[in-house]
Design a protein around this ligand. Structure first.
Ligand code: SF4
Length: 234
């Protein structure tokens, strides 16, 4: 018995990006933005994707058609969001991509450890959000999701699927100590890379000044906690 539906057509999709060079390492990919998210991060700029009851704006059939027409040109499909793990149809959609001969990537904050475990056999790479130290999720995300995130990260770590851990740096919240702590967690879990991502102001879309991006001593402190840290400017 499986916990997932069999039909990728059930996937509620809030957006689709046909080509991206930055969402899967060293691959040209398409990105499927799944509708719905359990978190409410202060810096979220995908607010139209948050409501899990909202119907999708594009059907799987149209995406499948596009992917079929790009066979040999697109290397991978990344399921992003929102939070893809909220939807039962993620696994059949991932299998459909595999059947087309493309790699499958996932961007997730680990909202459903059980669903992550069920979809992992289909995954070639994961971008895993570490929002905050596990005991400090609620003030930033509105949800006390730290333990669930830790459970999902443990599952990912044991699976051996390559992954990047990433944190969007919200200057009003993250201290250098919290970034170092998350870099240590990422290293212990086996993340091949720890990325610090510069946040944008959700209202103006302007990049926010984050000390770690401009203060070499702070960046070095994070680098001492993980051997492969990148600073991803907005
Ligand atoms: S996890 Fe992503 S989509 Fe969900 S609220 Fe946070 S930033 Fe927005």
């Amino acid at each position: 018995m499986t916990m997932d539906a069999d039909d990728p057509a059930d996937l509620r999709i809030g957006g689709y990006q046909p080509f991206s060079t930055v969402d899967f390492p060293d691959a040209l990919c398409a990105v499927v933005f799944c509708q719905g998210c359990a978190l409410r991060c202060d810096y979220c700029h995908n607010r139209e994707l948050l409501d899990a009851r909202r119907p999708g704006t594009i059907g799987w059939a149209a995406i499948g058609e596009h992917l079929e027409s790009r066979r040999g040109l697109i290397d991978a499909v990344v399921f992003s969001g929102g939070e893809p793990l909220l939807q039962r149809a993620l696994a059949p959609a991932a299998r459909a991509v595999k059947a087309m001969g493309m790699k499958v990537g996932l961007h997730t904050a680990g909202a459903s450890p059980a669903r992550l475990a069920s979809v992992l056999p289909c995954l070639d790479w994961v971008g895993f959000d570490l929002k905050a130290p596990f005991n400090a999720y609620a003030p930033l995300t509105g949800v006390d999701a730290g333990l669930k995130t830790k459970e999902a990260l443990d599952i990912l770590s044991r699976a051996g699927v390559p992954f990047e851990a990433r944190t969007t740096v919200w200057p009003a919240f993250h201290t250098i100590d919290s970034l170092v702590e998350m870099a240590q967690v990422a290293h212990a879990a086996g993340a091949s890379r720890y990325a610090l991502q510069q946040a944008r102001d959700p209202a103006t879309r302007r990049p926010l000044a984050c000390d770690v991006f401009f203060d070499a001593a702070q960046a070095d402190a994070v680098r001492r906690a993980h051997p492969n840290v990148i600073l991803r400017a907005a």
